[in-house]
Design a protein around this ligand. Structure first.
Ligand code: NAD
Length: 697
């Protein structure tokens, strides 16, 4: 006969708030009604199974929720480890009671939170070994599932709970024999729902409605083919009837004020252990953990919060093993944390997400190197780089990766102290190159966000709208002057809108004043820039009056033809064909320019690189050592450049469309700032600010 443990609600009451159900209900539960309802439940149970009463203890108002006492398997009892302080004293009393029943205590290793049957429900399986459905994410920890699996030798199916109202698995899932179950899907994250769906075919699962779930329909006690619960709608009853189940409802609303009902009030005292169970091979849980370290401005730059949220949102769990806070503003903090995930694949994906925050694995293995077997194809598990400075461990030494950029592979060459590492695009890897695979032996550094913030306050601004443009321009002008003074490099990436909006003369002025060390653009900007010089129009529009001129639509083609005739823009400037404008100033000042071709190009101009790979290389060469990149109204070239720029380079993206600047800001670089405004006005303002700050120039 089934044995259940219960604990009379003699000291029950809502005396604190440890779940959303208790909120607003402190002092609201009636002891008389609770006792009456509890006796009602027990009388229903007593006719169907053996009910054993534990002694309640004064001062422990939740002790009547016996399900949280622990988990029984054969003659073994795994005692709970409460995550909430208020319930911790219950553990000792329940453990003593379990021992008095002859059960052998088997605490889980590590002291991880585990709230008993509240988060671990047996899935009765007559033909196969019993399995546990287990919940984590609100009260119990994922790490406890590993202990359960390996200590009891059973399969544990981990489900992540995401709705605080359904804080224990027994509030939203009832496993039934014959591979069936009842559940409330919205209580779980997507991975868990997929897991349930992959394990249980549609005809064997019933998804209950929110109205049933909110009345604790899933908090049901099963005795054979009977389910005893607080509530079941007509739909749920009829679905269960189809499976041959009788549903008995018994009111338990006084307990719902504390977040529990029928199942919470009972603990299954034994779960049959299959024959010869001890002879089965040991179970190895798929849950994986890795110890990581984070250092930097973890608190004041908010990195710690971002990193911990990323772990939780990705379905993982963490245990902060050590935290040393920087005591002054200029001191970094250090954290060491064990991160766990339901399996290796999820753990890897979490670690990938933590890399931009500077997480490094504590176990300092050498990087795993695998050779390229076919040029242009990286090994399957190659480590994908980020924009952040990276080091790889080769023969016990940390080697800085050169030419850092995102979305590349890392090629390692040489040995010992002569080892070197460099970022390579997959198309550039050669047969025999040794490529870093996986994450071990790789550490990624996060720049000191705050020091930069001090230097360049608006960088923390993210995206600046019209209203803030003047302030941004003021600071940008100051920074550009500083870079010019120390002979640093500012690279401008610009699209033809600069010319159409009347920004051409201002950009030309920046070149002339020495604020541009390279110009990256396409075919159109030089075409329209030279068109303005030769015809006074840009795409056939007279820039002084803003109106189209007769035959203007042909101007840009005539320009291209003229330049093709002279051989190059430089030749056109030198021979006096082109006498002013952005390209004129570049040639005069010896500022290199790269014209990257695109499918929409007319002509093209003789210097436009129509070989995309050659164009990408030329861009990458041009931005090497740049301190600042000014991206002016070109989504295509700005994003192309952003992808090859390492962290630490300040990127200012000016565009009228917030989506363009957001896309660049989203690449995770803290140094990028977006300015949503008209580029012509922006350049005008910038040149004026520069002049105002430097009247002598
Ligand atoms: P793009 O779509 O990549 O970028 C244009 C950007 O300008 C957009 O993000 C848009 O929001 C922004 N913008 C529009 N008006 C603005 C304003 N007033 N102020 C600020 N931002 C504004 O297009 P692109 O870079 O202009 O051109 C893509 C490619 O096509 C380039 O390589 C270019 O050279 C080529 N192209 C060639 C020709 C030609 O050969 N005739 C003509 C046009 C473009």
């Amino acid at each position: 006969m089934l044995r259940l443990m219960v604990c009379p609600p003699r000291h029950f009451g809502v005396e604190y708030v440890i779940n959303p159900w208790m909120d607003g209900n402190v002092g609201a539960a009636s002891p008389e009604r609770a006792t009456e309802q509890w006796e009602g439940l027990v009388s229903v149970l007593a006719t169907r199974c053996e009910v054993i009463r534990a002694d309640p203890v004064p001062g422990l108002p939740d002790m009547c929720f016996a399900a949280n006492a622990g988990l029984a398997f054969g003659n073994v009892f795994v005692p709970a480890v409460f995550s909430v302080t208020q319930r911790k004293p219950e553990i000792r009393h329940y453990a003593e009671f379990a021992e008095s029943l002859g059960l052998q205590l088997m605490p889980l290793p590590g002291g991880y939170a585990f709230e008993g049957e509240g988060d671990a429900l047996w899935w009765p399986a007559p033909d196969s070994d019993p399995a546990l459905w287990a919940g984590y994410g609100v009260r119990s920890s994922l790490e406890s599932h590993r202990g359960l699996a390996e200590q009891l030798g059973v399969e544990v199916i981990s489900l992540r709970l995401v709705d605080e109202r359904f804080y224990h698995l027994d509030t939203c899932l009832v496993p039934l024999p014959e591979g069936r179950l009842i559940y409330y899907p919205a209580a779980f994250d997507t991975r868990s729902i997929q897991l349930i769906e992959s394990r249980v075919p549609p005809e064997r699962r019933i998804a209950v409605a929110e109205s049933d779930a909110m009345q604790f329909a899933c908090n049901a006690v099963r005795v054979g083919k009977t389910l005893i619960t607080n509530h079941a709608s007509a739909d749920l009853r009829s679905a269960l009837d189809g499976w041959g189940y009788e549903v008995i409802t018994t009111p338990l609303d006084e307990f719902i004020k504390a977040g529990g009902a029928a199942k919470c009030l009972t603990l299954l005292l034994e779960q049959d252990v299959p024959e010869n169970f001890d002879e089965r091979p040991a179970v190895i849980s798929p849950i994986r953990s890795r110890t990581l370290e984070l250092s930097g401005h973890l608190l004041d730059a908010g990195i710690m919060t971002l990193a911990l949220d990323a772990i939780t949102l990705a379905g993982g769990s963490f245990h902060l093993e050590q935290f040393r806070a920087g005591e002054r503003r200029d001191q970094p903090s250090h954290a060491r944390l064990a991160v766990s995930a339901p399996d290796e694949e999820h753990l890897r994906s979490i670690i990938d997400q933590l890399k931009p925050y500077g997480a490094a694995s504590v176990v300092e293995d050498d990087a795993t190197l695998e050779p390229v077997v076919r040029s242009g194809v990286a090994p399957e598990g190659f480590h994908c780089t980020t924009i952040y400075p990276t080091e790889v461990r080769v023969a016990g030494q940390w080697v800085k990766v050169r030419e850092q950029r995102m979305d590349a592979a890392i090629v390692v060459s040489g040995k010992g102290s002569s080892a070197s590492a460099v970022c390579r695009l997959m198309r550039d890897v050669q047969t025999g190159d040794l490529i870093v695979c996986g994450d071990s032996g790789v550490r990624v550094g996060v720049p000191d966000l705050r020091s930069r913030e001090r230097e360049f306050a608006f960088m923390s601004a993210g995206i600046s709208s019209e209203r803030r443009v003047e302030g941004v321009v003021e600071e940008l002008a100051l920074e550009m002057r500083r870079i010019r003074a120390r002979k640093g490099r500012i690279v401008v990436v610009a699209g033809p809108v600069v010319i159409h909006t009347g920004g051409g003369p201002h950009l030309a002025e920046l070149v002339r004043l020495g604020y541009v060390q390279a110009l990256l653009t396409g075919n159109a900007l030089p075409v329209h820039d030279i068109e303005t010089n030769l015809y006074g129009t840009s795409l056939g529009v007279d820039l002084r009056h803003g109106a189209g001129v007769q035959g203007g639509h042909q101007h840009h083609l005539r320009v291209i033809n003229r330049i093709r005739a002279t051989g190059s823009i430089e030749a056109a400037v030198r021979s006096g064909v082109v006498t002013a404008g952005v390209m004129y100033e570049c040639v005069q000042a010896g500022v290199p320019y790269v014209l990257a071709g695109s499918i929409r190009d007319d002509g093209p101009l003789p210097e436009t690189l129509m070989d995309l790979i050659a164009a990408q290389r030329a861009y990458a060469d041009a931005i090497a050592d740049a301190e600042m990149i000014l991206m002016l109204s070109t989504m295509l070239h700005a994003i192309g450049t952003g992808n090859m720029t390492p962290a630490g380079v300040r990127m200012i993206c000016v565009d009228i469309n917030p989506a363009t600047v957001t896309k660049l800001a989203d690449r995770g670089s803290v140094e990028s700032v977006g300015v949503v405004t008209d580029v012509g006005l922006f350049l005008n303002l910038l040149v004026r600010r520069l002049a105002a700050q430097d009247p002598g120039a």
